[in-house]
Design a protein around this ligand. Structure first.
Ligand SMILES: [Zn+2]
Length: 251
């Protein structure tokens, strides 16, 4: 047995190897295609997220105009193809940053910048939310500079391709928070056959699952990660339109 093997065995005995292996599979808590729920759907080219991810800037903006999506163009933003900000309620649903340390984060925070193709999917999201009487979404961020330079363009937060949703507020004034109301656990399945029942059968737990699974059926996002994905997602839904992949991961 070589020295390296000895060390690995010693680390395994301490439970350390599993920890690091897990961390390597999931850098920054984001999804990898290795996940068993990452599947290529039939007719993937016809799925919305796949089409959105390939939309050229000009036709993307035309599509937003056609849909009446409220946006303002943002100045050139590193790694974001067509940077925008949401400029009003989307189908009656307002989108706001969660409260944070910086004073008055709206509307100047970089975290409120998104790429045009994400806006197409957010428009679908708003349609689903409105059908559930949701009128307000609080999100942690869309664009983030952390990871710029090593995360490839066309994916994740440094490309403005993802939104981290924290709370949903309904017309009746009730707010549901992913952190307290999702009632899930890492490893569980979220939608379809064999989907896990929430730990507690509450209104909020049902609402989150219905919305995520309706969006999964619509195919608007190719990554939809809930607290079922991992501990890093215990307090938000990560919703992404990623380029250059054929698989969808809904968990
Ligand atoms: Zn995210």
């Amino acid at each position: 047995m070589t020295k390296v093997v000895h060390e690995v065995v010693a680390l395994a005995a301490l439970g350390v190897v599993g920890y690091f292996a897990g961390a390597l599979l999931s850098p920054g808590g984001e999804a990898q295609a290795k996940n068993r729920y990452a599947l290529e759907p039939p007719n993937v080219e016809a799925r919305r997220a796949f089409r959105y991810a390939r939309t050229e800037p000009k036709s993307c903006l035309e599509e937003l105009d056609r849909r009446g999506f409220p946006y303002k163009l943002e100045k050139p933003t590193k790694q974001v193809d067509t940077p925008l900000r949401i400029a009003g309620p989307v189908r009656g649903v307002s989108f706001a940053l969660t409260k944070r340390a910086e004073p008055n984060p709206d509307p100047t925070s970089p975290a409120a910048i998104l790429d045009c193709v994400l806006a197409l999917a957010i428009d679908d999201f708003a349609k689903v939310l409105a059908a559930h009487d949701v009128v307000r979404v609080e999100y942690m961020s869309m664009y983030r500079t952390r990871g710029l330079g090593f995360i490839k363009p066309g994916r994740r937060h440094p490309s403005g391709r993802a939104i981290d949703v924290a709370t949903l507020t309904r017309k009746d004034g009730k707010t549901f928070n992913v952190a307290y109301d999702f009632h899930g656990w890492p490893g569980a399945k979220t939608c379809g056959e064999g989907a896990a029942k929430p730990r507690k059968d509450t209104e909020g737990a049902r609402l989150f699952r219905e919305i995520v699974c309706e969006l999964s059926d619509m195919g608007s996002f190719n990554l939809l990660l809930t607290p079922h994905y991992d501990w890093g997602h215990r307090d938000h839904l990560h919703m992404e339109v990623r380029s250059d992949i054929r698989w969808f991961l809904i968990q």
